[in-house]
Design a protein around this ligand. Structure first.
Ligand code: ATP
Length: 234
C-alpha cells in the first residue's frame, strides 16, 4: 500500500531523514518507534507532502506521490492525525468532524460516516455541541482520530496518539486503533511508547537520528535485546 524508497529530507542544513525505506502492506499496522527527534514526525510529514523529500520516492498503491500537494494526497486516501491532536479548539465537536469530511459533498454519506465514527467513539456523539477545546486530552485524541476517519482514508497515519495521556486512556485509544485496523484501514503508527505500539503492530521500524536502524516483526522487536534496553526500559 505504501512504499518509501531511499527518502531524504532536510530542514535547511538539518538532515532529518537519511535514506529511509519502508513498506506497509494492505491491512497492516506498522509502527515506527524511536526517541525524541529521531525523525518519526518528519517521516509522516514527508509522506503527506507537508515537507519536501529532497530525493527518493514515495509510492501509494503503486502511484508515485512524492512531493504531491497534501490535498491531493488526502484525496488519494491518506489521512494524518497530527502530534498534539491539532483539533480546532474554538469549534464544536460536530464542526471538527464536518471539517474532516471537507472533500465529501454528499450529506447522506457524511452522516453515515459520522455514525461510523460514533460507533468507535460513542462519547463524541454525546458531546457534539461541546466546544472541542474543553474536551479532556483523551477525548481530543478521539476527536482527532474521528476527524481523520471522516476523510475515509485507506491509510491512517497516527503521530504519537499516546502523548500526554494517562495509561488507562492510552490502552483505550490503542484498543480503538486495533478496531479501526480490523475494520479495514491500514495504519502507520509513530510512537515513543514502544511497548504499546509493538503490542498492537504487525511490523516495526526503529529510527535513530534520521536512520532506520532495525526492522522486524513486532513480535521479534519486543524480544530484541537492543530494543528492550533502549526503548522498553528493561
Ligand atoms: P518527536 O517525538 O519529538 O516529534 P521525531 O522523532 O518525530 O521526534 P522529528 O520531529 O521528525 O523527530 O525531528 C527530526 C529532526 O528534525 C530533529 O533533529 C528536529 O530537531 C528537526 N526538525 C524537526 N522539525 C523541524 C523544523 N521545522 N525546522 C528545523 N528542524 C526541524
Amino acid at each position: 500500500m505504501l512504499k518509501l524508497e531511499n527518502v531524504e529530507t532536510y530542514y535547511g542544513n538539518i538532515h532529518a531523514l537519511k535514506n529511509i525505506s519502508l513498506e506497509i502492506n494492505d491491512g497492516e499496522i506498522v509502527t515506527v518507534i524511536g526517541a525524541n527527534g529521531a525523525g518519526k514526525t518528519t517521516t509522516l510529514k514527508t509522506i503527506c507532502g507537508l515537507v519536501r523529500a529532497s530525493s527518493g520516492k514515495i509510492y501509494f498503491k503503486g502511484i508515485d506521490i512524492t512531493n504531491h500537494d497534501t490535498a491531493d494526497i488526502v484525496e488519494a486516501g491518506i489521512a494524518m492525525v497530527p502530534e498534539g491532536r491539532r483539533i480546532f479548539p474554538r469549534m464544536t465537536v460536530l464542526e471538527n468532524l464536518q471539517l474532516g469530511a471537507y472533500l465529501n459533498k454528499n450529506r447522506a454519506e457524511i452522516k453515515k460516516d459520522m455514525e461510523r465514527v460514533f460507533e468507535l467513539f460513542p462519547i463524541l456523539k454525546d458531546r457534539l455541541k461541546q466546544i472541542a477545546g474543553t474536551l479532556s486530552g483523551g477525548e481530543q485524541q478521539m476527536l482527532a482520530i474521528g476527524r481523520a476517519l471522516m476523510a475515509k482514508p485507506k491509510l491512517l497515519l497516527l503521530d504519537e496518539p499516546s502523548m500526554g495521556l494517562a495509561p488507562m486512556i492510552v490502552q483505550n485509544i490503542f484498543d480503538i486503533i486495533k478496531e479501526i485496523n480490523r475494520k479495514g484501514t491500514t495504519i502507520l503508527l509513530v510512537e515513543q511508547n514502544a511497548q504499546m505500539a509493538l503490542s498492537i503492530a504487525h511490523k516495526g521500524y526503529v529510527m535513530e537520528t534520521g536512520n532506520i536502524v532495525l526492522q522486524d516483526t513486532a513480535e521479534n522487536l519486543l524480544c530484541n535485546e537492543k530494543v528492550k534496553k533502549a526503548y522498553l526500559g528493561e
